[in-house]
Design a protein around this ligand. Sequence first.
Ligand code: GSH
Length: 216
Amino acid sequence: MLTIYSVPVATYCAKLRIMMRHKSIEWEELPPPGGYGSAEYKAIVPSGNLPAMIHDGFMLSDSEAIAEYLNEAFVETPMLPDTVQLRAKAREKGRFHDTRLEPAVRALYPQVAFETRETGIVTAGGAAISKHLEALALLLSDPVLAQDQLWLCDCGFAVTFAWIKAFERSIGLPVVWPDAVVAYDQRLQNFAPVTDELTAYTPAMDAYLEKAKAPQ
Ligand SMILES: N[C@@H](CCC(=O)N[C@@H](CS)C(=O)NCC(=O)O)C(=O)O
């Protein structure tokens, strides 16, 4: 039995669901007992964050650690390349998402609420995200990973691109999308696990973004 602790809007849980869909892994999803960060949840998952997994009694947190574990535990449809150097390149790309691009997007969550939004912070956030997208375009210009496959490192980008686009629409985030990144986003949309997850995830994003609207 594979249990994933998650809440509907959690970005890294959506990232993990893309890989589980791609590998046809079955899972059950539960909210963290007591809420994430609670003492009750920390008794199970010491870091207190999401996602976390329990697989046949084995607990693990951090989406990337979980994804790599599941990739080895469920061998069908491998999502890491088969040489040591290509695996390292895939991890480099995944870390770029988890430690650079996504945190710059996450920094804007406090700017979603219409009443307390500060235009200057949104503008600066857009510049920071654009800078990371420019770096990603450079990373993509050396396509060492086969482009007809979905890799572990792709899953987070699909979700984060959806958030950036949602912020452009809902809070007027100014972002410059390099052509190579637009093409990468479009390529990811060719994978059904990506589009299926984004379709399932959109209502949670929309619910979160309700507070971005100006009062009527
Ligand atoms: N690098 C971590 C980031 C996870 C993360 O930021 N999770 C959010 C929800 S999407 C969370 O748990 N936030 C609350 C907290 O960190 O206490 C991962 O990949 O799992």
